[in-house]
Ligand binder design. Sequence first.
Ligand code: RET
Length: 291
Amino acid sequence: MIETAAAGLITQGTVPLEMTQTEIFQYIQADSLLSASLWVNIALAGLSILLFVYMGRNIEDPRAQLIFVATLMVPLVSISSYTGLVSGITVGFLEMPAGHALAGAGTGPDGGVFTPWGRYLTWALSTPMILIALGLLAGTNMTKLFTAVTADIGMCITGLAAALTTSSYLLRWVWYAISCAFFVVVLYILLAEWARDAELAGTAEIFNTLKILTVVLWLGYPIVWGLGAEGLALVQSPAITSWAYSGMDVIAKYLFAFLLLRWVVENEHTVAKMASGLGAASGSGAAPADD
Ligand code: RET
C-alpha cells in the first residue's frame, strides 16, 4: 500500500528519487563549471570565518560583539550550505509540470531540472543574520527587527516551496509571488524604517553603504530565479545559474560582512554609545542608568 503510494509520487515527479546521492555528487563533479561555483564559496567562507574571528578578537562592547556573532554566522551557515550542495545532499532533479519550458527536458535523468533546494533552505538561516546585524547597526527596535526577520524567513521558505512545486506551473509562480510579497516588507524596513533609525543612531553613513549593497544584490536573487531553469528557463544551464547565485553570495555575504565588521572594529565606541538593548534610535529602549 505504502509502496504503491510512493511509486505514484515518483512517477508524478514529486520526489527526486531517480538518482542516488552518489550519482548526484558525480553529476556535480563532472560539470567542472558547476562544481567550481560551489567550491569557490566553500573556500571563501572558510577564509572569511578565520579573518572575521581574527578581526573580532579585541571587541569588548556587548552590542558590537552581538553584531560580530550575527555576522560571523553568515559564512558559517554558508560553508555548511555549500558543503551540502557540493556533496549532493541538498540537490534534486525535479520533473517540471506541464507549461514549464523544461517539462521533461531538463539536464537530469528523465528530463529532471537541477534543483539546489538546499540554497533556499539555508538562506532562511543566513539572511536573518544579515538583517540582525544591519538592524543592530541602525539601532532598530524589537518590533521592526522581528518584522524584518520573520518576513525574511517567510520569503525564503515560500521561495523553497516555489522551487519544490511540481504539481502545477501556476502554483510555482503563486509561491514566487508570495515570496516577493514578503521581500517587499523586508525592503520597506531596510529602505524606510532603518534608514531613518540609522540617522538618529549616528550610523547613517555605513548603514547607507550596506543598505545599497544589500538592496541591489538581494534584488538579483529573484531575477536569477525567474530567468533561470527553475523559472522561465531563459537561462537553462545549471552551472551559469549556480555561478550567478555564487557570485552574488560572494558580495552579499563576504564583502558585506567584511565592510560591516571593519567599521565596527574602527568605531566600537560609537556602537557602545548607542543605548543598551534594542530601540536605541527611536528612544523607545530603556534609557541608560544615569550613574
Ligand atoms: C527567491 C525566489 C522567490 C522570490 C524571491 C526570492 C528572493 C531571494 C533572496 C535571497 C537572498 C539571499 C541571500 C543569501 C545570502 O546568504 C527565493 C529567489 C523574492 C532575496 C542574500
